[in-house]
Design a protein around this ligand. Structure first.
Ligand code: SAM
Length: 222
């Protein structure tokens, strides 16, 4: 999977893309990353990328020209495969289902906003899909793009230790994951549930399913 990251702050990604499994996946060629900075396409002498919003209001809006000229060089605008995802609170909710869908692509272009966001004409000019990673407003689109990368990269064959380790995770079957425990069996009087020590696989599976249902009911009644 190739990710093209469109960002004013490419250095923001240095650590998260070079740590843990992501670093290994990069070395193994499972994922690759390229960066494009709209500031490089700005033509004025200050390399401006933002301007005041028409109609007034606080903050600055990302100017169309540097962004469109950047994106026209990237997939899928130049006829290559892939999807163009624009990170914005005013977008389609990012879910595990959408992560699975996007993980099938060979290439994703992720556009990170800053300031008050994008000139709305961007969505008329290019096949851009607005995506929102949660109902809270972040400072910039880089953290949102990273959420999309993390969720889709780990679905690539070979990324996780065992490819099936995503099967019972939260959201994969409409439920949150059951509670997990590890050693020690007892810590300051808090014991691991006896059923998990029983070795009885069918009973453990039944208990886990009931726990997943209960957890989903209490934490996500919607
Ligand atoms: N004025 C915008 C609004 O109310 O929709 C918020 C702009 S936000 C401060 C700056 C950038 O952060 C956005 O352009 C977007 O790229 C990114 N961003 C913030 N929250 C996000 C979210 N929940 N999902 C996706 N991107 C987000």
């Amino acid at each position: 999977m190739r990710y093209n990251l469109v960002t004013l702050f490419p250095e923001w990604f240095d650590s998260p893309l070079s740590s843990g499994l992501m670093d290994k996946a990069r070395e193994a060629g499972i994922v690759e990353f390229s960066f494009a900075n709209p500031r490089d396409k700005s033509t004025d002498r200050h390399h401006s990328v933002d301007d005041r919003p028409y109609g007034g209001g606080p903050g600055m809006v990302l100017m169309l020209d540097p962004l469109v000229r950047t994106l026209r060089e990237l997939a899928p605008c130049n006829g290559r495969k892939g999807r163009l995802i624009v990170l914005t609170p005013a977008g389609r909710p990012f879910t595990q289902q959408l992560a699975r869908e996007l993980a099938q692509e060979e290439e994703l272009t992720l556009v990170c906003g800053r300031y008050e966001g994008f000139d709305a004409r961007l969505f008329d000019l290019l096949p851009a899909e607005p995506v929102c990673v949660g109902e809270a407003v972040l400072n910039g689109g880089e953290a949102a793009a990273l959420a999309v990368i993390e969720a889709t990269a780990r679905l690539q064959p070979g990324f996780m230790g065992k490819d099936e380790s995503g099967d019972e995770e939260s959201f994969s079957n409409g439920l949150l994951e059951y509670p997990q425990y590890s050693r020690p069996e007892e810590w300051n009087g808090r014991r691991v549930p006896e059923i998990l020590l029983s070795g009885h696989h069918a009973n453990i599976a039944k208990w886990r399913h009931e726990q997943a249902l209960e957890r989903t009911r209490t934490r996500r009644p919607d």
